[in-house]
Design a protein around this ligand. Structure first.
Ligand SMILES: CC(C)(COP(=O)(O)OP(=O)(O)OC[C@H]1O[C@@H](n2cnc3c(N)ncnc32)[C@H](O)[C@@H]1OP(=O)(O)O)[C@@H](O)C(=O)NCCC(=O)NCCS
Length: 177
């Protein structure tokens, strides 16, 4: 099952579900968290529920998955991580994505979690390539990916359009050993 969460010491990952609406609203209502993401900061819970619907539909079709992240024993949703896309038909690759609440940055949380997510893609699903799309300027994300063994392959100029403007996106990738 694609939605089965990887195990990470000290954290609990669980596929996003409707009950995560308030937590996701809290996470994605922060403009700093959304600064380089393709969404405006959320204002109402219905917007969070739309994202959860999207994530559930992805998982139901086997095309991706998004897990909510909590510290073990603490109910607060502190971030999300997962695969925006899993391609196993005309390729063997996945696109990872992740985010953390602002007060969790600089504490090594995503560095602790990503190895298990990467291993899910390579070891469990047999993918040959993992990639991540990073909006230019998102330095923290670049440093994280490089620490995880990803390499910058290039920049897709004006690939994105959100928040009423075009955005360049960097493609990072790590290949299976
Ligand atoms: C991208 C994002 C998850 C990176 O968060 P982060 O806190 O920088 O990354 P990590 O969780 O790996 O933590 C690394 C930091 O923890 C520190 N750290 C502490 N203990 C650590 C440990 N055991 N291992 C690794 N790093 C550790 C590192 O020094 C680093 O801090 P610094 O950059 O201030 O020096 C975060 O900035 C974010 O959520 N941004 C908004 C959403 C977003 O843009 N998502 C990405 C879309 S592509």
């Amino acid at each position: 099952m694609i939605a089965d969460p990887p195990r990470v010491d000290g954290f609990e990952l669980r596929a996003l579900c409707e009950a995560d609406g308030p937590g996701l609203l809290d996470l994605f209502s922060d403009p700093e968290v959304c600064a380089f993401m393709d969404i405006d900061p959320l204002v109402v819970e219905a917007e969070a529920l739309d994202i959860i619907d999207w994530a559930e539909a992805l998982a139901a079709q086997g095309l991706g998955v998004r897990w909510g992240v909590r510290r073990a024993g603490d109910p607060r949703l502190i971030g999300t991580v997962g695969f925006n896309r899993i391609e196993r038909d005309r390729g063997r690759w996945g696109e990872i994505a992740y985010d953390l609440a602002r007060d969790q940055w600089g504490r090594g949380v995503m560095s602790a979690i990503l190895p298990a997510v990467i291993s899910r893609g390579f070891e469990d699903w047999g993918l040959l390539r993992l990639e991540a799309m990073v909006t230019t300027g998102n330095q923290r994300s670049c440093v994280l990916l490089e620490r995880m063994g990803f390499r910058l392959e290039g920049v897709l100029a004006r690939r994105g359009w959100w928040k009423d403007r075009a955005w360049d996106q960097m493609v990072f990738a790590r290949l299976a050993d």
